[in-house]
Every structure is written in C-alpha cells, then in structure tokens.
Design a protein around this ligand. Structure first.
Ligand SMILES: [Zn+2]
Length: 356
C-alpha cells in the first residue's frame, strides 16, 4: 500500500506551517505549565514560529513516537555513554529531520501540539550523573558546563527557537555519589530548582535504583515514596509525575508502579517508562499505555534513534502531525488502531489511500 500525490486526498497535502507566534521557547514552556492545570485547552497554546518547512507530507498521527533515553554524557562513547559531540549530532539529526520536542506529560496525556509535518519526540535522561547537568565555578560564578547535556540543550534551544527542547531527568537521591542528584553535592538543591523553573521535569528513578522485581509490595511502595520524600527535602511539595523503571524491571504487582504510599507519603505517577528497545506507539493508539511507555536507547546502533527513523520512513509509520491539536489525522487503513473513545475528544480525519 502506498500513498501517491495524485489521489483524492491531495487537498491534505496543502497543509502549511502556520507561524502562530514568535514567542520564545521559554514562553512556550511557561504557557504549557500554567495552562495544563487549568483546562484541556492548553494544547492550543501558541507555538514558536517555525523556521523549518517540511515540503510535502501526509499526516499520520497513529505513527510511532520515539522517547529517547540517555544515560552518561562524556567520553569515551560506549553502550551507556554518549559523547557531548555525539549528543550535539543527535540534536542536529532530530532538527534536520523535522522532529519536534514534546514533554513526557504531553505524550502521556496525548495533548500534542506539534507543527504540521513534524514528528514529536521526547527526551529523557536516567541516573542523574554529572555529565547531564554540571556546574562550573568560574571565579566564584556558577555556569552550566557547555559540554554537559543541559548546557548543550540550552545552547541548541537558543540557536533554534523553533525547537523548544525540554527533557525529563530520572534522578536518584540516595545512591552512590557519582549518580546522586547529578554528583555535585553542593549544588543538589540548586540544580533541581533550576530544572523545574526552566521547564524541565524531575522524575523518579526510585530511591536508589533497586529493580522493583527484587522488592515485595511494601518494599516497592517504600522505595517510590522515599524518592518523593527525599526530593521534598529540596523542593517542598514536590510530586513525581513520571517514573522510569530501574533496569526496566516490573514490580510483581504492577499497580504499585504508579500508585502507592509509605508512612504517609504517597505517589501517583501519570507515566511509567520501560528501558529502551523500541519506539512507542502513538498516544492515540489503542495499544498505548501511559504506564508502560517504550523508549529508544540513544546511540549509533541498529536500535538507535536514526535507525528507527529510517525504518519508520521506509514503512511509512512515523508519526507526522497535521498541525491541529484538536484533530487526529491518520490513514484510513489504521482505523482499527485508534483508541476507543478518542472520537469524543478529537475530530478524526481518516485519509484514504490508493494502492500502487
Ligand atoms: Zn537507571
């Protein structure tokens, strides 16, 4: 089955990029945060003006979405470590191939506001090592290391205002010092505050990375609630909105991965992530479960982001936005993939195809 240009739905090819607003990336993040707590209308918040113009495209909002998973940033490159140079290259690859950053929350709730022709993706970091967020002391003044992941993302965002990058950091508050809250003991609080203030998410990766299959029901709740309690020592009132399973291992009682309590501290995760292996299905798919979202492990491997993108382009199953957050556009052949009930919240736009 192939889509051709000369079909009855050629009209949909006329999708154009609407330059809604020239607001900065920071404005966008603030708008999203403020509006999210109010109503579902937050998804219509203005997007930054787009400098990229996808040529011709067919929307497919039931296509795959990648949640990228990074661990160490530094040298040398290996399975669990990406060099700063390669991380920059990853951002350029995403930018050049019409990817558009969205938050974990937007993905989990399906409230995607992505420019027409673009593919949403989510950026995540596990294990809170210094290479992800490092401060440098420059004559008594703290600066974000331009070669740590955060420094690289912030620099990229400044130079590409149409790419409002954000990320979720799955941190560890009570593990060995090299992985404890970005491994600079003096700046733990400052870093967590900086991330939250600047539109990044601090998520749970457990108390000290114990795989949940090794714990009984009480232990799972203790580890996940103690995470919240530890972070509240730095950020009063903090709630963990999302959670990345340590080593991707499930609890015996999976309900406890998202909800539970221990000694008066409770947690209620809206999203739970597995360890990287494949791209996620669309949040509009009947198979999408926000409490078991797949991720793609970063790296130049056959299961890395670029390889998945090429496969998706080859098979035509990459998520491509129609640009309208209130509408779901997808090939009519994927009708059985739509999550039941979404037709009440969205206008559904099935696109007919022509066999070649
Ligand atoms: Zn981990």
């Amino acid at each position: 089955m192939n889509y051709t240009r000369n079909t009855l739905y050629q009209a949909i090819l006329a999708f154009t990029i609407t330059a809604v607003s020239a607001c900065s990336a920071t404005d966008k993040n603030n708008a999203t945060t403020a509006a999210d707590s109010l109503s579902g209308d937050s998804i219509t918040a203005a997007l930054p003006a787009q400098l990229r113009k996808p040529k011709e495209f067919i929307p497919n909002e039931l296509g795959k979405v990648m949640v990228l998973e990074y661990h160490l940033i530094g040298a040398p490159e290996n399975e669990w470590r990406r060099t700063p140079e390669n991380f920059r290259r990853d951002l350029n690859m995403l930018y050049d191939h019409n990817f558009y950053p969205v938050s974990v929350k937007d993905l989990a709730t399906g409230k995607l506001n992505v420019p027409a022709g673009m593919t949403p993706f989510v950026m995540t970091f596990d294990d809170s090592s210094a290479g992800q967020f490092r401060y440098l002391d420059k004559n008594g003044k703290l600066e974000i290391d331009p070669d740590c992941a955060l420094g690289i993302m912030e620099d990229f965002k400044k130079r590409h205002p149409d790419f409002p990058i954000t990320a979720s950091f799955y941190v560890l508050p009570a593990i060995k010092p090299t992985l404890r809250l970005f491994a600079q003991p003096d700046y733990q609080k400052q870093k967590l505050e900086w991330l939250i203030k600047n539109g990044y998410e601090v998520g749970s990766h457990g108390w000290f990375h114990v795989p949940l299959n090794k714990l009984d029901d009480a232990g799972v709740q203790k580890h996940l609630a103690m995470f919240v309690k530890e972070i509240r020592n730095f950020i009063p009132g903090y709630e963990a909105e999302s959670f990345a399973l340590p080593l991707g291992m499930h609890a015996k009682n999976r309900a406890l991965e998202s909800k539970g309590s221990f000694e008066g501290t409770s947690y209620n995760h809206k999203a739970v992530f597995l360890v990287g292996s494949v791209a996620s299905v669309s949040p509009y798919s009947k198979d999408f479960n926000p409490l078991a979202i797949q991720r793609v492990q970063a790296g130049d491997t056959p299961t890395g982001p670029e390889a998945f993108m090429k496969q998706q382009d080859k098979h035509g199953n990459r998520f491509i936005s129609d640009g309208d957050p209130k509408k779901i556009s997808a090939p009519a052949t994927a009708k059985d993939q739509l999550k039941p009930g979404l037709e009440k919240r969205y206008q559904i736009n099935w696109l007919e195809s022509t066999a070649k």
